[in-house]
Design a protein around this ligand. Structure first.
Ligand code: AVJ
Length: 328
Protein backbone atom coordinates (compact mmCIF):
# COMPACT_ATOMS: atom_id res chain seq x y z
CA UNK A 1 0.00 0.00 0.00
CA UNK A 2 1.26 3.46 -0.80
CA UNK A 3 1.28 5.96 2.03
CA UNK A 4 -0.14 9.25 0.86
CA UNK A 5 1.27 12.25 2.74
CA UNK A 6 -1.33 14.53 4.22
CA UNK A 7 -1.00 17.48 1.85
CA UNK A 8 -4.35 19.13 2.49
CA UNK A 9 -2.53 22.29 3.53
CA UNK A 10 -0.43 22.50 0.38
CA UNK A 11 -3.12 21.58 -2.08
CA UNK A 12 -6.39 23.47 -2.39
CA UNK A 13 -8.10 21.01 -4.67
CA UNK A 14 -8.65 17.54 -3.19
CA UNK A 15 -5.75 15.45 -4.50
CA UNK A 16 -7.09 12.76 -6.83
CA UNK A 17 -3.99 10.62 -6.94
CA UNK A 18 -4.50 8.20 -4.03
CA UNK A 19 -4.78 4.44 -4.08
CA UNK A 20 -8.49 4.62 -4.94
CA UNK A 21 -7.71 6.71 -8.02
CA UNK A 22 -4.84 4.43 -9.08
CA UNK A 23 -6.88 1.27 -8.72
CA UNK A 24 -9.86 2.75 -10.57
CA UNK A 25 -7.64 3.85 -13.46
CA UNK A 26 -5.92 0.48 -13.51
CA UNK A 27 -9.24 -1.38 -13.67
CA UNK A 28 -10.76 0.89 -16.30
CA UNK A 29 -7.62 0.68 -18.46
CA UNK A 30 -7.52 -3.13 -18.46
CA UNK A 31 -8.57 -5.02 -21.63
CA UNK A 32 -11.49 -6.43 -19.61
CA UNK A 33 -12.61 -3.44 -17.57
CA UNK A 34 -13.23 -4.01 -13.88
CA UNK A 35 -13.63 -2.19 -10.57
CA UNK A 36 -12.68 -3.65 -7.19
CA UNK A 37 -15.83 -4.41 -5.20
CA UNK A 38 -14.09 -3.46 -1.96
CA UNK A 39 -14.80 0.13 -3.04
CA UNK A 40 -18.58 -0.39 -2.89
CA UNK A 41 -18.56 0.49 0.77
CA UNK A 42 -18.64 4.26 1.21
CA UNK A 43 -21.35 5.64 3.55
CA UNK A 44 -24.03 5.25 0.86
CA UNK A 45 -22.70 1.79 -0.08
CA UNK A 46 -22.85 0.73 3.58
CA UNK A 47 -26.45 1.95 3.70
CA UNK A 48 -27.38 0.10 0.50
CA UNK A 49 -25.70 -3.08 1.69
CA UNK A 50 -27.74 -2.86 4.91
CA UNK A 51 -30.82 -2.71 2.67
CA UNK A 52 -29.64 -5.67 0.60
CA UNK A 53 -29.38 -7.69 3.80
CA UNK A 54 -33.04 -6.86 4.48
CA UNK A 55 -34.12 -8.02 1.02
CA UNK A 56 -36.41 -11.01 0.77
CA UNK A 57 -34.22 -12.49 -1.98
CA UNK A 58 -30.88 -12.04 -0.22
CA UNK A 59 -30.78 -15.24 1.82
CA UNK A 60 -27.13 -15.16 2.95
CA UNK A 61 -27.60 -12.99 6.02
CA UNK A 62 -30.56 -14.98 7.30
CA UNK A 63 -28.67 -18.25 6.86
CA UNK A 64 -25.62 -17.10 8.75
CA UNK A 65 -27.81 -15.48 11.38
CA UNK A 66 -29.49 -18.84 11.75
CA UNK A 67 -26.10 -20.51 12.27
CA UNK A 68 -24.77 -17.95 14.74
CA UNK A 69 -27.95 -17.53 16.77
CA UNK A 70 -28.72 -21.25 17.02
CA UNK A 71 -25.22 -22.65 17.34
CA UNK A 72 -23.05 -20.10 19.14
CA UNK A 73 -22.81 -22.33 22.21
CA UNK A 74 -21.53 -25.17 20.05
CA UNK A 75 -19.12 -22.88 18.19
CA UNK A 76 -17.80 -21.36 21.43
CA UNK A 77 -17.32 -24.85 22.91
CA UNK A 78 -15.41 -25.93 19.82
CA UNK A 79 -13.18 -22.84 20.01
CA UNK A 80 -12.47 -23.53 23.68
CA UNK A 81 -11.52 -27.11 22.84
CA UNK A 82 -9.12 -25.96 20.13
CA UNK A 83 -7.48 -23.05 21.97
CA UNK A 84 -7.24 -22.48 25.73
CA UNK A 85 -6.95 -18.71 25.46
CA UNK A 86 -7.41 -16.38 22.47
CA UNK A 87 -8.40 -12.99 21.14
CA UNK A 88 -11.04 -12.56 18.43
CA UNK A 89 -10.26 -10.68 15.22
CA UNK A 90 -13.02 -10.04 12.71
CA UNK A 91 -12.20 -9.25 9.08
CA UNK A 92 -14.91 -7.10 7.46
CA UNK A 93 -16.87 -6.79 10.69
CA UNK A 94 -19.72 -4.77 9.17
CA UNK A 95 -22.41 -4.18 11.78
CA UNK A 96 -21.38 -7.34 13.70
CA UNK A 97 -25.03 -8.41 14.03
CA UNK A 98 -23.98 -12.00 13.37
CA UNK A 99 -20.76 -12.17 15.35
CA UNK A 100 -22.45 -10.48 18.32
CA UNK A 101 -24.13 -13.81 19.09
CA UNK A 102 -20.76 -15.51 19.35
CA UNK A 103 -19.24 -12.61 21.33
CA UNK A 104 -22.17 -12.72 23.78
CA UNK A 105 -21.74 -16.47 24.18
CA UNK A 106 -18.00 -16.14 24.81
CA UNK A 107 -18.66 -13.47 27.45
CA UNK A 108 -21.34 -15.67 29.06
CA UNK A 109 -18.78 -18.48 29.21
CA UNK A 110 -16.35 -16.15 30.99
CA UNK A 111 -13.86 -16.29 28.13
CA UNK A 112 -11.18 -13.62 28.61
CA UNK A 113 -10.66 -12.06 25.20
CA UNK A 114 -10.40 -8.79 23.29
CA UNK A 115 -12.44 -8.24 20.13
CA UNK A 116 -10.61 -6.57 17.22
CA UNK A 117 -13.09 -5.72 14.46
CA UNK A 118 -11.35 -4.76 11.19
CA UNK A 119 -13.18 -2.98 8.41
CA UNK A 120 -12.27 -1.05 5.26
CA UNK A 121 -15.05 1.40 6.13
CA UNK A 122 -14.18 4.07 8.72
CA UNK A 123 -17.90 4.57 9.03
CA UNK A 124 -18.44 0.98 10.11
CA UNK A 125 -15.69 1.07 12.75
CA UNK A 126 -16.98 4.36 14.19
CA UNK A 127 -20.47 2.90 14.37
CA UNK A 128 -19.27 -0.33 16.03
CA UNK A 129 -17.27 1.54 18.66
CA UNK A 130 -20.39 3.53 19.50
CA UNK A 131 -22.91 0.68 19.44
CA UNK A 132 -21.22 -2.48 20.71
CA UNK A 133 -20.33 -1.33 24.26
CA UNK A 134 -24.02 -0.54 24.80
CA UNK A 135 -25.02 -4.04 23.76
CA UNK A 136 -22.13 -5.92 25.37
CA UNK A 137 -20.95 -3.83 28.34
CA UNK A 138 -18.32 -6.39 29.36
CA UNK A 139 -16.71 -6.53 25.92
CA UNK A 140 -13.10 -5.39 25.55
CA UNK A 141 -12.70 -4.10 22.01
CA UNK A 142 -10.42 -2.15 19.70
CA UNK A 143 -11.67 -1.26 16.24
CA UNK A 144 -9.20 -1.08 13.35
CA UNK A 145 -10.02 0.77 10.13
CA UNK A 146 -8.04 -0.34 7.10
CA UNK A 147 -7.10 -3.18 4.78
CA UNK A 148 -7.30 -6.66 6.27
CA UNK A 149 -3.61 -7.56 6.32
CA UNK A 150 -2.33 -4.15 7.39
CA UNK A 151 -4.72 -4.27 10.32
CA UNK A 152 -3.95 -7.91 11.17
CA UNK A 153 -0.32 -6.82 11.46
CA UNK A 154 -1.49 -4.08 13.85
CA UNK A 155 -3.33 -6.61 16.00
CA UNK A 156 0.03 -8.26 16.65
CA UNK A 157 1.19 -5.05 18.34
CA UNK A 158 -1.78 -5.22 20.76
CA UNK A 159 -2.13 -8.94 21.34
CA UNK A 160 0.24 -11.83 21.94
CA UNK A 161 -2.53 -14.37 22.33
CA UNK A 162 -3.71 -17.00 19.93
CA UNK A 163 -6.13 -15.57 17.37
CA UNK A 164 -9.58 -16.66 16.36
CA UNK A 165 -10.14 -14.88 13.06
CA UNK A 166 -13.74 -14.42 11.92
CA UNK A 167 -14.23 -13.92 8.21
CA UNK A 168 -17.96 -14.19 7.86
CA UNK A 169 -20.80 -12.97 5.68
CA UNK A 170 -19.42 -14.86 2.72
CA UNK A 171 -16.83 -12.14 2.22
CA UNK A 172 -14.43 -14.74 0.87
CA UNK A 173 -16.90 -15.01 -2.02
CA UNK A 174 -15.71 -11.63 -3.25
CA UNK A 175 -12.53 -13.36 -4.41
CA UNK A 176 -12.43 -15.58 -7.47
CA UNK A 177 -11.11 -19.08 -6.66
CA UNK A 178 -7.49 -18.21 -7.53
CA UNK A 179 -7.65 -15.02 -5.47
CA UNK A 180 -9.31 -16.89 -2.59
CA UNK A 181 -6.42 -19.37 -2.69
CA UNK A 182 -3.88 -16.52 -2.58
CA UNK A 183 -5.85 -14.79 0.15
CA UNK A 184 -5.83 -17.89 2.35
CA UNK A 185 -2.11 -18.42 1.72
CA UNK A 186 -1.37 -14.83 2.68
CA UNK A 187 -3.71 -14.93 5.67
CA UNK A 188 -1.81 -18.01 6.85
CA UNK A 189 1.37 -15.90 6.89
CA UNK A 190 -0.21 -13.49 9.36
CA UNK A 191 -1.27 -16.31 11.66
CA UNK A 192 0.67 -18.62 13.99
CA UNK A 193 0.35 -22.38 14.29
CA UNK A 194 -2.78 -23.15 16.31
CA UNK A 195 -4.60 -19.94 15.32
CA UNK A 196 -8.18 -20.52 14.16
CA UNK A 197 -10.21 -19.19 11.26
CA UNK A 198 -14.00 -19.22 11.19
CA UNK A 199 -14.93 -18.44 7.63
CA UNK A 200 -18.28 -18.25 5.87
CA UNK A 201 -18.94 -19.88 2.53
CA UNK A 202 -22.09 -19.48 0.51
CA UNK A 203 -22.77 -22.96 -0.85
CA UNK A 204 -23.89 -24.06 -4.30
CA UNK A 205 -27.66 -24.44 -4.42
CA UNK A 206 -30.54 -23.94 -6.85
CA UNK A 207 -29.09 -21.47 -9.40
CA UNK A 208 -32.38 -19.51 -9.52
CA UNK A 209 -32.19 -18.86 -5.79
CA UNK A 210 -28.64 -17.56 -6.19
CA UNK A 211 -29.32 -15.33 -9.19
CA UNK A 212 -32.40 -13.81 -7.51
CA UNK A 213 -30.30 -12.88 -4.49
CA UNK A 214 -28.16 -10.64 -6.71
CA UNK A 215 -31.06 -9.32 -8.80
CA UNK A 216 -33.63 -8.24 -6.23
CA UNK A 217 -36.87 -6.85 -7.63
CA UNK A 218 -36.61 -3.65 -5.58
CA UNK A 219 -33.41 -2.82 -7.48
CA UNK A 220 -31.26 -2.34 -4.40
CA UNK A 221 -28.42 -4.50 -5.71
CA UNK A 222 -28.53 -2.49 -8.93
CA UNK A 223 -28.30 0.75 -6.94
CA UNK A 224 -25.45 -0.79 -4.90
CA UNK A 225 -23.48 -1.38 -8.11
CA UNK A 226 -24.27 2.05 -9.56
CA UNK A 227 -23.26 3.67 -6.32
CA UNK A 228 -19.62 2.86 -7.05
CA UNK A 229 -19.84 4.93 -10.26
CA UNK A 230 -21.45 7.74 -8.26
CA UNK A 231 -18.69 7.45 -5.68
CA UNK A 232 -16.06 7.73 -8.43
CA UNK A 233 -17.88 10.80 -9.77
CA UNK A 234 -17.87 12.43 -6.34
CA UNK A 235 -14.45 11.46 -5.05
CA UNK A 236 -12.41 11.43 -8.24
CA UNK A 237 -14.25 14.09 -10.22
CA UNK A 238 -15.51 11.70 -12.89
CA UNK A 239 -18.56 12.10 -15.12
CA UNK A 240 -20.17 8.64 -15.33
CA UNK A 241 -23.78 8.91 -16.50
CA UNK A 242 -25.44 5.95 -14.82
CA UNK A 243 -28.34 6.13 -17.28
CA UNK A 244 -25.94 4.95 -19.96
CA UNK A 245 -25.20 1.72 -18.12
CA UNK A 246 -27.30 -1.31 -17.26
CA UNK A 247 -26.88 -3.70 -14.36
CA UNK A 248 -26.34 -7.30 -15.52
CA UNK A 249 -26.06 -10.02 -12.85
CA UNK A 250 -25.03 -13.56 -13.85
CA UNK A 251 -24.59 -16.95 -12.22
CA UNK A 252 -22.69 -19.89 -13.72
CA UNK A 253 -23.76 -23.05 -11.87
CA UNK A 254 -20.80 -24.92 -13.35
CA UNK A 255 -18.07 -22.78 -11.83
CA UNK A 256 -20.14 -21.34 -8.97
CA UNK A 257 -19.21 -17.82 -10.10
CA UNK A 258 -21.93 -15.24 -9.48
CA UNK A 259 -20.74 -12.09 -11.24
CA UNK A 260 -22.25 -8.69 -11.77
CA UNK A 261 -21.49 -6.33 -14.60
CA UNK A 262 -22.50 -2.86 -15.62
CA UNK A 263 -22.97 -2.82 -19.38
CA UNK A 264 -22.24 0.35 -21.33
CA UNK A 265 -25.42 0.92 -23.35
CA UNK A 266 -23.61 2.96 -25.98
CA UNK A 267 -20.19 3.94 -27.25
CA UNK A 268 -19.08 6.63 -24.83
CA UNK A 269 -16.21 8.34 -23.10
CA UNK A 270 -15.96 8.94 -19.38
CA UNK A 271 -13.64 11.50 -17.84
CA UNK A 272 -11.94 10.58 -14.56
CA UNK A 273 -10.56 13.71 -12.91
CA UNK A 274 -8.39 16.10 -14.94
CA UNK A 275 -6.18 13.68 -16.83
CA UNK A 276 -7.94 10.44 -17.67
CA UNK A 277 -10.49 9.59 -20.34
CA UNK A 278 -11.91 6.07 -20.58
CA UNK A 279 -13.61 4.85 -23.77
CA UNK A 280 -16.41 2.31 -23.67
CA UNK A 281 -17.65 0.42 -26.70
CA UNK A 282 -21.39 -0.15 -27.05
CA UNK A 283 -22.31 -3.09 -24.79
CA UNK A 284 -18.84 -3.33 -23.33
CA UNK A 285 -19.05 -4.92 -19.86
CA UNK A 286 -17.59 -3.38 -16.73
CA UNK A 287 -17.01 -6.24 -14.29
CA UNK A 288 -18.02 -5.13 -10.79
CA UNK A 289 -18.09 -8.08 -8.41
CA UNK A 290 -17.85 -11.81 -7.95
CA UNK A 291 -19.71 -13.72 -5.23
CA UNK A 292 -18.23 -17.19 -5.56
CA UNK A 293 -20.35 -20.18 -4.46
CA UNK A 294 -18.71 -23.36 -3.14
CA UNK A 295 -19.37 -27.06 -2.83
CA UNK A 296 -18.45 -28.45 0.61
CA UNK A 297 -15.61 -30.47 -0.87
CA UNK A 298 -14.21 -27.38 -2.61
CA UNK A 299 -13.90 -25.62 0.74
CA UNK A 300 -11.97 -28.55 2.21
CA UNK A 301 -9.63 -28.48 -0.76
CA UNK A 302 -9.11 -24.75 -0.33
CA UNK A 303 -8.17 -25.29 3.33
CA UNK A 304 -5.75 -28.13 2.65
CA UNK A 305 -4.01 -26.51 -0.32
CA UNK A 306 -3.39 -23.31 1.68
CA UNK A 307 -2.05 -24.88 4.85
CA UNK A 308 -5.16 -25.08 7.01
CA UNK A 309 -6.83 -28.07 8.63
CA UNK A 310 -10.65 -28.10 8.52
CA UNK A 311 -11.74 -28.90 12.09
CA UNK A 312 -15.50 -28.27 12.17
CA UNK A 313 -18.37 -27.04 10.03
CA UNK A 314 -21.56 -25.26 11.03
CA UNK A 315 -24.44 -25.12 8.54
CA UNK A 316 -27.88 -23.50 8.59
CA UNK A 317 -31.07 -25.59 8.55
CA UNK A 318 -31.39 -25.49 4.75
CA UNK A 319 -27.65 -26.23 4.25
CA UNK A 320 -27.31 -23.15 2.07
CA UNK A 321 -24.45 -21.55 3.96
CA UNK A 322 -21.52 -22.79 6.03
CA UNK A 323 -19.24 -21.32 8.64
CA UNK A 324 -16.15 -23.51 8.49
CA UNK A 325 -13.63 -23.68 11.32
CA UNK A 326 -10.06 -24.12 10.12
CA UNK A 327 -6.88 -24.39 12.14
CA UNK A 328 -3.49 -23.14 11.01
C1 AVJ B 1 -20.71 -8.89 1.42
C2 AVJ B 1 -19.50 -10.10 -0.20
C3 AVJ B 1 -21.06 -11.23 1.19
O1 AVJ B 1 -21.24 -11.09 -2.29
O2 AVJ B 1 -23.08 -11.63 -1.28
C4 AVJ B 1 -24.37 -8.51 -1.85
C5 AVJ B 1 -21.87 -8.46 -1.22
N1 AVJ B 1 -23.01 -7.86 -3.36
N2 AVJ B 1 -25.07 -8.22 -2.96
C6 AVJ B 1 -22.11 -10.91 -1.43
C7 AVJ B 1 -23.05 -8.28 -2.12
C8 AVJ B 1 -24.25 -7.82 -3.88
C9 AVJ B 1 -21.94 -9.73 -0.47
N3 AVJ B 1 -20.80 -9.99 0.47
Amino acid sequence: TTVIPDNTVLCKRKPVTGTFYQEVIKGLSAPQKYLDSKYFYDAEGDRLFQQIMQCQEYYLTGCEMNILSARSAEIAATLALQASTFDVVELGAGDATKSIHLLRQLLANGTDFTYFPIDISANVIRHLEQQLPAQLPDLRMKGLNGEYFDMLQQVNTYSRKKKVVLFMGGNIGNFNPAAAHNFCLELRNYLSPGDLLLTGFDLKKNPQVILRAYNDTAGITRAFNFNLLTRINKELGADFDINRFEHYPTYDPGTGACKSYLISLEKQQVKIGQDAVISFEAFEPLYMEISQKYALEETNQLALETGFQPVARFLDDRKWFMDALWKR
